[in-house]
Design a protein around this ligand. Structure first.
Ligand SMILES: NC(=O)C1=CN([C@@H]2O[C@H](COP(=O)(O)OP(=O)(O)OC[C@H]3O[C@@H](n4cnc5c(N)ncnc54)[C@H](OP(=O)(O)O)[C@@H]3O)[C@@H](O)[C@H]2O)C=CC1
Ligand SMILES: C=C(O[C@H]1[C@H](O)[C@@H](CO)O[C@H](OP(=O)(O)OP(=O)(O)OC[C@H]2O[C@@H](n3ccc(=O)[nH]c3=O)[C@H](O)[C@@H]2O)[C@@H]1NC(C)=O)C(=O)O
Length: 765
């Protein structure tokens, strides 16, 4: 026991200890242990979190941000590796000659006041140390523990136990601090080439483990299935091996259950009993075996330990199920090394989903660079892979290393990967790509789990909505890109894209959204819409199919059409029945619903000139039919349909000869073709001001052909902006503002947009 360990145990003289960076998971664990021991603990951090608030409740003196004053009167200052030397609290401690130490040094000092059990290895440390702590606790040995993550079954990431003699801690090999420990027992799970930012090669890593082993006074439990662990530990007089065969402790008779694994445990050939592990995956069987061997060796009763493992719920972020339904499973996993990822993907396959879809966030530039090929090889085994930008941890970027590096490697290995650089919007791409039966894994040690949380939140809404209607009456998709549903081919995602196929389903969807305060908007063919790049928060309803696509002539010679019918179709059904007057509709790109709302017009005729009645869904949720006289209509506006939704309409025309109808049809088309572009557009951008038609004005301003990126004022018609391919809403909006500015400056005319501009600039959902 060194001098600090002695001072830590002398509780007649409690120390005053300050932790710099106390909100981090490792540091908060130390704070809990030191407070539990009876010391006076303070901590500072640049952020406040639920965890810092909880610790304040337990007696932590917390301050944010870091200041020099925070270390006043401290005997010891402990700092996390994420803290820079110029940090004011650290600088003050240095200036005042206060004793300073790294996190691991402090942990070692605490551990040496007890019989320490260090759990080490490249993968599985958190799970295994939690299993050991839980097993010893259930067997009545009262251990203290310190693990790297929140484990539901343990209550918190660290706990000081006044009476037990053992303390279980996760030892970190990443920065060489493993060599600080002199435990009574060590577990070595596996040793692989990792943390190559710190180590030259695998041999240098093994050296650190060898030091740990040499300093361990009691049993050394190691995995016989891992070459690295075997190389370092095998042959040691205190070594105890575990594995699938040829080991002191063996797991056999393995049965895969849904989401769990059952197996039998043998000690030197003798069957100890059965274990049913509630977390899936072969790698977890090995982790459990390490825990069983350790607990058994330390005198814990096997039956009590195996029972503890039955109730072991796993760590957060270790194959953690975040959403589960008949349609979809979303799992989050901290895996950030190829071996861990391979194990996680294997576990995922055992659940037999239709497809395994991965959203991977590489962790650290150095690791991404060093292991790109290995990442490519293992991730190629997933059905579809999305990769976002590298989570830097504390590193500076390395030129040429990014999420794309992994994408290229996956594709080289025959997989299917795409880059979704911005994590804040990645869930839009991923959520939209999911189909019923899929299993989505968010994978990585950074903050990628946030994407899964968002998809889970929204998928719940989708499934609740689908349950309201009979099978097949409605289709719902998450984050449907609006560029697929607008004639201008621009626009970000609709949070909930809903296609009702019956009036009832439409009404149910609207009622559901209103009850929950979800904004609702209805979209037809998207021919008069400009959707901003951040997409549309809330529900976007697109009536389609079934009753909405019905179009026929009734016994009174009227044309009846659902809201989802294209105007061109209305015109051709009328023509086939010898009814004239609809020819102007031939070139209008919209649907009946949008045409009613906007009172669409061309060639001197407006939609409401021909309306007999409109059937709509009222604000009160009732479906009613109104005659034309009961609905006010204006130039490009029918206010009544702003809050009520058009479901279908009856139109009238005049009986006419086929020849006359065809003639007017051809005239309309010829005129349109002569004056309007055929490229992707949203029709006229501006309303015609009184003084001059907007198209003529733009023409006179000399702005035809000018553009912002691929968005350009049409050379054919000044009131059209066309998308030459790949334009963003931002380009179109920029161009609109330029035109408005010129009209204001040069002609003193305030142009008003005729297209509806909707949605948000940045993703917010
Ligand atoms: N004359 C021409 O050359 C052109 C004319 N147009 C006309 O623009 C309009 C666009 O039609 P379309 O592409 O289908 O519409 P859109 O999908 O562009 O929708 C436009 C707006 O119509 C409203 N809307 C759509 N469906 C309904 C409904 N069932 N009930 C109530 N409101 C509804 C919504 O208004 P809200 O925002 O109030 O919810 C929506 O924002 C039509 O009038 C079309 O004919 C378009 C391009 C060229
Ligand atoms: C395109 C739409 O509707 C169109 C509809 O198709 C056409 C045909 O009837 O009439 C309106 O256009 P518009 O007013 O621009 O009609 P046009 O006949 O093309 O042009 C009006 C006048 O401007 C002149 N003009 C037009 C464009 C141009 O670049 N230069 C020019 O000088 C034309 O020669 C004409 O003298 C509707 N636009 C509006 C805002 O009311 C739409 O709603 O999205």
């Amino acid at each position: 026991m060194n001098e600090l360990s002695q001072r830590l145990t002398d509780l007649s003289r409690p120390l005053r200890i300050h932790l710099v960076g106390v909100a981090g998971s490792g540091m908060s664990g130390l704070a809990l242990l030191l407070m539990g021991m009876g010391h006076r603990v303070s901590g500072s951090d640049k952020v406040t979190s639920a965890e810092t608030e909880r610790m304040q409740g337990l007696g932590l003196r917390f301050s944010s941000p870091h200041t020099a004053d925070a270390v006043d009167g401290a005997d010891v200052v402990v700092y996390s590796s994420a803290i820079r030397p110029e940090n004011p609290a650290l600088a003050a401690a240095r200036a005042n000659g206060i004793r300073m130490m790294r996190r691991a040094e402090c942990l070692a000092a605490i551990l040496h006041t007890r019989k320490g059990i260090i759990v080490s290895g490249t993968h599985g440390k958190t799970t295994t140390s939690a299993m050991v702590a839980h097993g010893l606790r259930e067997a009545g040995l009262n251990p203290s523990h310190y693990v790297g993550a929140e484990i539901p079954v343990l209550g918190q990431n660290a706990r000081w136990s006044e009476h037990g003699e053992w303390m279980v801690a996760e030892g970190d090999e990443s920065d060489g601090t493993l060599a600080l420990y002199h435990p009574a027992c060590a577990i070595v799970l596996n040793i692989e080439a990792e943390h190559l930012d710190h180590y030259r090669d695998i041999d240098e890593i093994k050296e650190v483990f060898r030091t740990l082993i040499a300093q361990t006074t009691g049993p050394i439990v190691f995995c016989a299935e891992d070459e690295g662990a075997k190389d370092v530990c095998g042959g040691h007089p205190e070594a105890i091996s575990y594995g699938w065969s040829d080991a002191d402790y063996v797991a056999g008779e393995i049965r895969e259950l849904r989401g769990a694994t059952a197996f039998s445990v043998f000690r030197k050939g003798e069957k100890l009993g059965e274990v049913e592990l509630a977390i899936p995956g072969r790698h977890n069987v090995l982790n459990a075996l390490a825990a069983i061997a350790t607990c058994d060796r330390l005198g814990a009763d096997f039956l009590l330990v195996s029972r503890a493992l039955n109730s072991f719920a796993g760590a957060k972020r270790r194959f953690e199920t975040k959403y589960l339904s008949k349609r979809l499973r979303i799992v989050d996993d901290y895996g950030h090394h190829p071996t861990e990822i391979a194990a996680t993907l294997q576990t995922a396959r055992q659940l037999k989903p239709e497809r395994v879809v991965v959203l991977f966030q590489p962790h650290r530039f150095t690791r991404t660079q060093a292991l790109a090929e290995d990442f490519g090889e293992v991730l190629a085994k997933a059905d579809e892979v999305f990769v976002c930008d590298v989570y830097p941890a504390s590193e500076r970027p390395i030129p040429g290393v990014s999420g794309q590096t992994v994408v290229d490697a996956v594709n080289r290995h025959g997989g299917t990967a795409v880059s979704v650089p911005n994590l804040a919007a990645a869930h839009h791409r991923v959520g939209n790509a999911l189909d019923p039966g899929d299993l989505l894994i968010t994978l990585g040690a950074g903050n990628v789990h946030e994407a899964g949380t968002r998809i889970a939140r929204d998928q719940k809404v989708v499934e609740e909505m689908l349950q309201l209607v009979t099978d097949g009456a409605m289709t719902v998709r998450l984050y449907e890109p609006m560029r697929r549903h607008t004639t201008m081919l621009v626009g970000g995602p609709a949070q909930f894209w809903i296609e009702p196929h019956t009036f009832e389903a439409f009404a149910e969807a609207v009622a559901y959204c209103r009850e929950r305060g979800i904004a609702v908007r209805v979209v037809g063919r998207g021919s008069n819409l400009l959707v901003r790049d951040g997409g549309i928060r809330g529900a976007v309803i697109h009536p389609k199919g079934g009753e909405f696509n019905d179009c026929h002539v009734d016994e009174e010679g009227h044309v009846v059409a659902g809201a989802g019918v294209r105007l061109k179709k209305v015109a051709s059904v009328a023509e086939a029945a010898g009814i004239g007057g609809f020819e102007w509709m031939e070139g209008i790109p919209g649907n009946v619903g949008g045409a009613l709302r906007m009172n669409a017009g061309a060639m001197g005729v407006e939609t409401f000139d021909q309306v007999v009645s409109v059937t709509l869904l009222g604000e009160d949720g009732e479906i009613v039919t109104r005659s034309r006289d009961e609905v006010e209509s204006f130039y490009r506006n029918v206010p009544e349909l702003r809050r009520n939704f058009a479901l279908k309409a009856v139109f009238s025309g005049e009986p006419d000869t086929a020849e006359n109808i065809r003639q007017r049809w051809d005239d309309s088309r010829a005129k349109r073709r002569a004056t309007q572009p055929v490229a992707a557009s949203a029709g006229c951008i501006f309303k015609n001001p009184e003084a001059v038609p907007a198209g003529m004005l733009v023409d006179e301003l000399g702005m035809k052909g000018t553009g912002e990126g691929p968005a350009e004022v049409s050379a054919e018609h000044g009131n059209f902006i066309v998308n030459r391919g790949g334009a963003k809403a931002g380009d179109v909006l920029g161009l609109i503002e330029r035109i408005r500015g010129q009209a204001r400056m040069k002609r003193n005319i305030e142009l008003e947009t005729e297209v509806k501009i909707i949605g948000e600039d940045e993703p917010t959902f």
